[in-house]
Design a protein around this ligand. Structure first.
Ligand code: NAD
Ligand code: MG
Length: 385
């Protein structure tokens, strides 16, 4: 079998570094061909020296010479800037894109990879939240598989293997509930950045950690699931499962449910997407039934964690509303991480932006770009910067 050359977009992040661990453990199967980072030049250089890719891209142009200089004794090509980040995806030197950029910034590179006909291992859920209809249409037209990396969607994808002719009645996304499970609004008003970044089961990038604490992450995942699995909103349920052992479930027409289980470790869904349809042996720790374990399930508290309700509204209404929700949320989380707004204000900002920006039922790609820009501007104007 020939080596699959992977383009890792967002190689310095939580997903990117774990994807490189998978490559390192399976050198006979994978190589890293493109590595990209926004700011972390030191880590990008270290990765380039270790994995010897065809090219690297550093988003921050001020760091170009530093990276170029550090790699001058190698054959690694170095580029920088926002345009170079998406143009790199159009260079035909790789076999699969691992979309590990966080946020809206991942959309353009992913669209370029689809245009080039490259399979996508998709971690960057915001791409589907913003423009899922267009992304999936383009992927279908180019016969490009979109393989989920998000653990819940990987779970559903794994449950669907061998079920192509069977209808899905519904899917149930599991949610850990985040660090503030069981808390009420009077507690949430006072929570600080450091507290919100402490996820009980997963170690992840800052943005998704905050989204997990507000439950926005689960809302984004409902929208992601709609596009990945072609579901109606009413077919997508959420249940809180604090142990994160069941990663999600599919219920079929006969009422039978399939679940995918295991210890929480993102390397598993990453390697499943990269090696699909094969499973790769590994020595990751295994879940142990010998210990006295309990798995719990409860309904999400939509009154306290209103972000999830807002995301459900966006899911139900569709059009550019998920794009508006996402843009406002990115601005709000950014501001919260810089201690500019409080935890509860995140929801307020998202809601006000959703009420303000013009609704478009069937947006073009350009209208999605414009909606994102307008929503960001409006959300930012609500914060006293
Ligand atoms: P992270 O913050 O750890 O890493 C983000 C990566 O994207 C970094 O390499 C960074 O350099 C790059 N980046 C950031 N802003 C950029 C910009 N404007 N332009 C170009 N590159 C930029 O994030 P993460 O936790 O690895 O998450 C990445 C994506 O995967 C997110 O969409 C997240 O929702 C999704 N995801 C992550 C996890 C997880 O366990 N971390 C699980 C499921 C899904
Ligand atoms: Mg997830």
């Amino acid at each position: 079998m020939s080596i699959k050359r992977i383009a890792i977009f967002g190689s310095t992040g939580s997903i990117g570094t774990q994807a490189l661990e998978v490559i390192k453990s399976n050198p006979q199967l994978f190589s890293a061909e493109i590595l990209t980072a926004q700011n972390n030049a030191d880590l990008l250089i270290k990765q380039a020296l270790e994995f010897n890719p065809n090219m690297v891209v550093i988003g921050d142009e001020k760091k170009y010479l530093f990276v170029k200089d550090a790699l001058s004794k190698t054959n690694v090509k170095v580029f920088s800037g926002e345009d170079a980040l998406s143009e790199a995806a159009s260079v035909d030197c790789y076999d699969m894109m691992l979309a590990g950029i966080v946020g809206y910034a991942g959309l353009r590179p992913t669209l370029n990879a689809i245009e080039l006909g490259k399979p996508i291992a998709l971690a960057n859920k915001e791409t589907l939240v913003v423009a899922g209809d267009i992304v999936m249409q383009k992927a279908a037209a180019k016969k490009v598989p979109i393989l989920p990396v998000d653990s819940e969607h990987s779970a559903i994808f794994q449950c669907l293997v061998g079920e192509t002719k069977n209808k899905i009645e519904k899917i149930i996304l599991t949610a850990s509930g985040g660090p503030f499970l069981g808390k009420k609004p009077n507690f949430l008003v006072n929570v600080k950045r450091e507290h919100a970044l402490q996820h009980p089961n997963w170690s992840m990038g800052a943005k998704i950690s905050i989204d997990s604490a507000t439950l926005m992450n689960k809302g984004l995942e409902m929208i992601e699931a709609k596009w990945l699995f072609n579901l109606a909103p009413k077919q997508i349920g959420v249940v809180i499962h604090p142990q994160s052992i069941i990663h999600s479930m599919v219920q079929f027409e006969d009422g039978s449910m399939k679940a995918q289980m295991g210890l929480p470790d993102m390397k598993l869904p990453i390697q499943y997407a990269m090696a699909y349809p094969k499973r790769l042996a590994n020595d990751f720790p295994r879940y142990n039934f010998n210990k006295p374990n309990v798995l719990n399930f409860e309904e999400p508290d939509l009154k306290t964690f209103r972000n999830l309700q807002l995301a459900m509204d966006a899911l139900n209404k569709g059009g550019n509303l998920p794009c508006i929700l996402n843009a406002a949320n990115e601005i709000a989380v950014f501001a919260f991480l810089r201690n500019r707004i409080g935890f509860i204000d995140i929801t307020d900002l998202v809601e006000r932006t959703m009420n303000k920006i013009k609704f478009i039922e069937k947006p073009t790609l350009q209208e999605y770009f414009d909606t994102d820009a307008e929503a960001r501007d409006f959300a930012a104007s609500l914060i006293q910067m």
